[in-house]
Ligand binder design. Sequence first.
Ligand code: KIV
Length: 300
Amino acid sequence: MSLTTPPEGRCPAAPISRFTTKVTMPALAGMKREGKPITALTAYDYATSRLVDEAGIDLILVGDSLAMVVLGHENTLAVTVDEMLHHTRAVRRAVRRALVVADMPFGSYHGKISDGVANAVRFVKEAGAEAVKIEGARVELVRALVDAEVPVVGHLGLTPQSVHRMGGYRVQAKTAEAALQLRADARALADAGAGAIVLEGVPREVAAQITAELEIPTIGIGAGPECDGQILVFHDILNMTFAPHAKFVRQSADVASVIRGAVEQYREDVELRAFPTDAESYHLPKAELGAADISLTRKG
Ligand code: KIV
């Protein structure tokens, strides 16, 4: 039986979870006011999103990092709107409680504002996203998206879609001038109506200052503990990325070893003919054996 096979052909039941209150965009601001840390993680498919949601994570980002960790690309630039929609739909089908945020991929919001809005609307309308995330200080676009009723999460600091401009994945805002610019950008995004801002790869002190200055939540990744929430890539915390981790990643489990061990066990069982056993087989009723002219005897 697969994870998705519903019992007796019924629709999958709602996940059993002690976390029941639906997380909304306004709820995130409420969490900031109450000083309650926002938990966020990426996820890209039905099974893992369901587990992440049932574990009580507040925000699930269908990140364009899927280009790398799921599709095996070198960076995030190649993933398309259609691919992101495909994964967002799968996540949407799994999630009951968390806020589902879809990442707008590279090239889908870098031209005309109206094209950016049209692409963002697709994520809400066709895939069930509750907000979109865009990288950079695109203030005019944020305003247009909010006008179009599309909630927006901004993303500042180390923005992976700018990898070529940055010359690699480098910590940003390391000079006073750059830190002041980042603070101004964060303020401008908040004033334009962004509902939250991801701060990636910036000095702790800068992220703490921005977090204190804004009324909307900051969600940090490599931005220190003072951010209102934290986000990491699902595959990173489970050791599923086949690459050395960045300093800010805390690995919570070694799922790669678990999967490798389980698959090796399965291979061995098949090679040794230890799988399947008689108990794992279907049987023709005895009365039918003769009529079907079957005389083979059971081995095990
Ligand atoms: O795509 C992504 O995974 C992100 C991060 C903020 C986690 O943008």
